[in-house]
Design a protein around this ligand. Sequence first.
Ligand code: RB5
Length: 152
Amino acid sequence: MVTKKIIIASDHAGYNLKKIIGDEMSKSGHKVLDIGTNNLDPVDYPDFGHLAAKEYLKGTANFGIIFCGSGLGISMAANKHNGIRAALCYDIETAKLARSHNDANFLALGGRVIEVDLAKKCVNAFINTPFDGGRHLNRVKKIDLMKIERFE
Ligand code: RB5
């Protein structure tokens, strides 16, 4: 198994699932950097989406895995950062496609909407699926270019 460095972050609603997934990945030998939140006290998911994105953009981690209640809000926050491609996934197929077609570097999961076993399978599918490149490469490049050329 190739060891990965993975950043994890959540709000209070994603905290329990983050803990389970983080522990599981550490046990499997991955290097896990948990940047919070650290308990169930209510916090704002954008704060942790932004923190995870900033940490990832330092360039030392392979992936980020982020959690909130639905996975929606924290992925929206992370995706505001150029260079982050956060994919909200809800089954193994979307987790694989997020990597193989979209070269997603962040997986978002909803702690209140996904079963733990399925979440674990999504994580494994995500971190072990390579980007297909080829015809997808230019499309992925256009995600970042869009901000520069089309909307500014
Ligand atoms: C928190 O109640 C909840 O709104 C949040 O975790 C997330 O689901 C937002 O998208």
